[in-house]
Design a binder for this molecule. Structure first.
Ligand SMILES: Cc1cc2nc3c(=O)[nH]c(=O)nc-3n(C[C@H](O)[C@H](O)[C@H](O)COP(=O)(O)OP(=O)(O)OC[C@H]3O[C@@H](n4cnc5c(N)ncnc54)[C@H](O)[C@@H]3O)c2cc1C
Length: 366
């Protein structure tokens, strides 16, 4: 049956879910309040197509990333590109785990890598280094792809302001839909778990050298990763990238919008000092180019759960993404929930088994 479905938010999640449901002949409308798709977190992040190497402390996230990476490269062959040299390094003094433990965790999750016993000439004071095949997401291609494929079903400059949810459907801006999906990363409805809204600052750097991507693991460490332009990299730090932690999106938005030049200078000094501890010539190879501001929505917890969750309240789903590679998981959960509801509609929960019980006179047989 072709359901009429509304999606709130045209980030990676809203666009991917919209396209997937559209290809199943559903009547999809995506509402995006900005004037282009992938404008918010989906257009302001490190653009890394993860395989799971970031998440030594969360099994579910590693498995979703490992599988999501393969599915992403199959489904969107033109929306990511390989990285020339992508290294994960375990610093001797600051990592929360040693290199052998880190490798064991990745091997046990079936995530492929190559060990580099010789290390890297750029890095010092390292317990071990691996090379991996992660990719970079091509933002501009993705924006064009979704704009073209969703065509008239993507309504830009359209903020959803009123949602009325019931057992029979959802009314949005006065129109009834069979189902609605909140893909605003927790900015419209709040999923029923404890969330943190974290305004973030990433730094852009230019380089004229052929530099590797380097991610230091595991713990509150830093990473430098290329964008779709191989001469521009982002520098991120688990400890310095956050600008605070808030329980409402409004507070996070205010903090992001109030960032001053002094704050970004302090962050720059802190991030450069941190990465230089293990990448001593960082400042010689990279030239600061500017900042990127965003807001991250995270479940409360210390083991870095970045898996994707889908919640349902009557006919309204809300999707909590972890990363971009987990978009496939969201569609599956939504379709499974709709299928279960429709397949079981009208089926009484207790069947009339008493009618099938045969009455026989057994006494004379024994
Ligand atoms: C600093 C940082 C680095 C990251 N690095 C990576 C990385 O390297 N790799 C990775 O995979 N992930 C990364 N992530 C996570 C990734 O960016 C998110 O998981 C993903 O972009 C979330 O997509 P989304 O569609 O759920 O949300 P969003 O992209 O935020 O989209 C939500 C959309 O909803 C719209 N919206 C909100 N309210 C309304 C409304 N009322 N009506 C209509 N529209 C509305 C917004 O305008 C927005 O476009 C990073 C995130 C941050 C912040």
């Amino acid at each position: 049956m072709a359901y009429k479905i509304a999606i709130i938010g045209g980030g990676w999640y809203g666009c991917h879910i919209g396209l997937a449901l559209q290809s199943l002949q559903m009547d999809v409308t995506v509402f995006e309040k900005a004037d282009r798709p992938l404008h918010y977190a989906s257009g302001n992040n490190q653009f890394r197509l993860h395989q799971g190497f970031h998440y030594a402390r969360h099994h579910g996230t590693r498995i979703q990333s490992r599988d999501g990476f393969i599915r992403f490269t199959e489904r969107y062959p033109n929306l990511s590109a390989p990285i020339k040299q992508n290294l994960y390094a375990v610093p001797r003094e600051t990592s929360l785990m040693d290199f052998d433990t880190y490798k064991l965790i990745m091997v046990s999750s079936g995530i492929p890598f190559v060990e580099m016993p010789e290390g890297s000439p750029y890095l010092t004071n390292i317990d071990g280094v691996i090379k991996t095949d992660e990719r970079v997401i091509l933002l501009d291609n993705a924006r064009n792809y979704f704009s073209q494929r969703l065509k008239g079903n993507l309504h830009l400059n359209t903020a959803v302001e009123a949602v009325s949810n019931s057992e029979d459907g959802v009314v949005i801006n006065g129109v009834r839909y069979d189902y609605a999906i909140d893909a605003t990363w927790g900015h419209y409805t709040k999923p029923p778990i404890k969330l943190i809204y974290e305004p973030t600052i990433l730094l852009y750097y230019e380089t004229s050298h052929d530099m590797p991507a380097v991610t230091f693991v595991d713990g509150p460490l830093s990473s430098v990763y290329p964008t779709e332009d191989p001469s521009i990299f982002t520098l991120s730090s688990v400890v310095h990238t956050p600008l605070g932690q808030f329980s409402t999106p409004e507070e996070a938005v205010r903090t992001r919008d109030d960032v001053t030049g002094a704050v970004s200078l302090a962050k720059r000094q802190a991030m450069e000092a941190q990465i230089s501890e293990n990448f001593p010539k960082f400042r010689d190879y990279f030239r600061f180019a500017g900042v990127q501001l965003a807001i991250k929505t995270k479940p409360v917890g210390n083991f870095d759960d970045r898996s994707c969750y889908v919640y349902r309240d009557r006919r309204l789903f809300s999707v909590l993404s972890g990363k971009i590679d987990t978009v496939f998981f969201a569609v599956e959960r939504i379709l499974a929930s709709i299928e279960t509801e429709q397949s079981n509609a009208g089926t009484p929960s207790i069947g009339p088994i008493k009618g099938d019980i045969l009455q026989r006179e057994l006494a004379d047989k024994f």
